[in-house]
Design a protein around this ligand. Structure first.
Ligand code: ADP
Ligand code: ZN
Length: 432
């Protein structure tokens, strides 16, 4: 169901009661998987120890390493014959993890993707071009099924082949795209080269951007370049993929669908929950999944809960845009920095182009942060003084925000390596 007023605007009391009921059910389901059965025996935990949501802390955490160690079928809670689909993570931080779905899981997933899309203003009359890799990656089929559920016309364009993407957009009058934010910036240069202005020469009105951390500045830039509204979409394969949390029309944090997921934010050091509004690691429990329920899964993603109610009227909790993964955090001269903090500063400086790369080196006993920054096409051929003052401005602005003085090198437009999927932001050469 793509607009379910009763569920989406449910009072906190009713949502809590619904979650508790579903949580108990999920614990029962999980206990028939090989992994959780053994874990419960080992830790002495039993599903009936959970009498209220405040008992959450009694449930042991699950990590990506647990999934890897019990690869591929250790977490199955149903016989293999009940499964209809497999997906995997992108493998950004190591061996990819796999998730299995029953027919009901796929159905429930399509519902929340459709619900998310509807909350941004997407409707049945839209033409949706899905520019994500189809296959094991969840961004392809996950969005595809959701958009079909909503009733839109879906163009399964897949990733890459920029000129063809532009042609499709124009020929079929695409109104909505799903695109990785770093790729959206790159694609704009192909629009420029082709002499096509997405603002006037296409019918685009909405972009769903996600799959990688990006700052609000990048979102603003995409909106301005393309003349559309861009909505942040967060998901991870372990929790299905897309549709976990999505910005609504208010564009002020992403609603997490609490009838499907229970969320906690914990301090990754103490593993204790932090109060609402404080930053920490997002931990999620599936409330609907049959094939492979996951309990207190540590996503590694850093965010916080937006405490105020949303102007759209939906009562499901919102999280702030993801700052990065706990593993992405760079520690330079003892200062903790996420790549997205650098991105935010850069994207705010006129003259900066579409891409950048951070290279960390050890020089003697010192950590050095080099940043290669692409500049706008017209500037690179311009005068040297202007470039030097841009370079100095970048150094100064970064220094005052992240407290580290980086070595900045300006490079030509479109000259840095660009991955087909998620952007590579950091190369750390400090490790032996
Ligand atoms: P992998 O974990 O190997 O990258 P996935 O394809 O499952 O595999 O990607 C999920 C991860 O991608 C999330 O845990 C998160 O780190 C990142 N991610 C997804 N969507 C967003 C988003 N909108 N903003 C920031 N990060 C995101
Ligand atoms: Zn809202």
């Amino acid at each position: 169901m793509y607009w379910d007023k009763d569920i989406e605007t449910m009072s906190r009391e009713r949502l809590d009661a619904l979650q508790l009921m579903k949580l108990k059910d999920s614990l029962q389901k999980a206990s028939s998987s090989c992994y959780y059965k053994k874990l419960f025996e080992k830790t002495g935990f039993s599903p009936d120890h959970v009498m209220s949501l405040s008992d959450m802390g009694k449930i042991p955490f699950t990590t990506k390493d647990d999934l890897r160690e019990h690869w591929p079928y250790g977490f199955l809670a149903v016989p293999k014959t009940e499964l209809v689909r497999m997906h995997s993570s992108s493998g950004t931080t190591g061996r990819a993890t796999v998730i299995f779905h029953t027919a009901a899981d796929i159905d429930a997933w399509a519902d929340i993707v459709a619900r998310s899309m509807y909350s941004t203003g997407m409707r049945k009359h839209d033409v949706f071009q899905n520019m994500m890799t189809y296959g094991l990656f969840t961004g392809g089929l996950g969005f595809h099924y959701g958009a079909e559920r909503l009733g839109a016309l879906v163009i399964p364009a897949g990733a890459g082949n920029s000129r063809r993407q532009i042609r499709i957009m124009r020929d079929f009058e695409t109104t909505i795209i799903h695109i990785i934010p770093s790729y959206a910036l790159h694609l704009y240069s192909i629009f420029e080269e082709s002499g096509v202005d997405p603002k006037t020469d296409t019918k685009l009105r909405i972009a769903f951007i996600g799959a990688e951390p990006h700052s609000v500045r990048t979102r603003d830039k995409i909106e301005a370049l393309y003349g559309l509204k861009a909505f942040n979409s967060y998901g991870l394969s372990e929790m299905n993929g897309p549709g976990v949390a999505f910005e609504c029309e208010a564009q002020a944090g992403m609603h997490i669908w609490e009838d499907h997921f229970f969320i906690e934010i914990i301090d990754p050091e103490t593993m204790q929950p932090v109060p609402d509004g404080e930053e920490g690691e997002l931990v999620m429990t599936t409330l609907m999944r049959e094939g492979m329920p996951l309990l207190r899964y540590r996503t590694g993603d850093v965010t916080r809960i937006v405490a105020q109610p949303c102007s759209c009227g939906r009562s499901h909790k919102r999280i702030e845009r993801i700052k990065g993964r706990t593993d992405d955090m760079m520690i330079i001269k003892g200062v903790n920095i996420f790549p997205v903090q650098v991105e935010k500063i850069l994207m705010d400086i006129p003259g900066v182009g579409m891409n950048f790369l951070i290279i960390l080196e050890r020089e003697g006993y010192d950590d050095v942060m080099h940043i290669k920054v692409e500049v706008r096409r017209d500037l690179f051929t311009g005068n040297v003084k202007q470039l030097e003052s841009l370079r100095r401005r970048i150094v100064e602005e970064l220094k005052s925000d992240i407290l580290i003085t980086p070595k900045v090198e300006l490079v030509e437009h479109d000259s840095l390596f660009r991955s087909e999927g998620k952007a590579v932001r950091v190369i750390d050469n400090r490790k032996e």
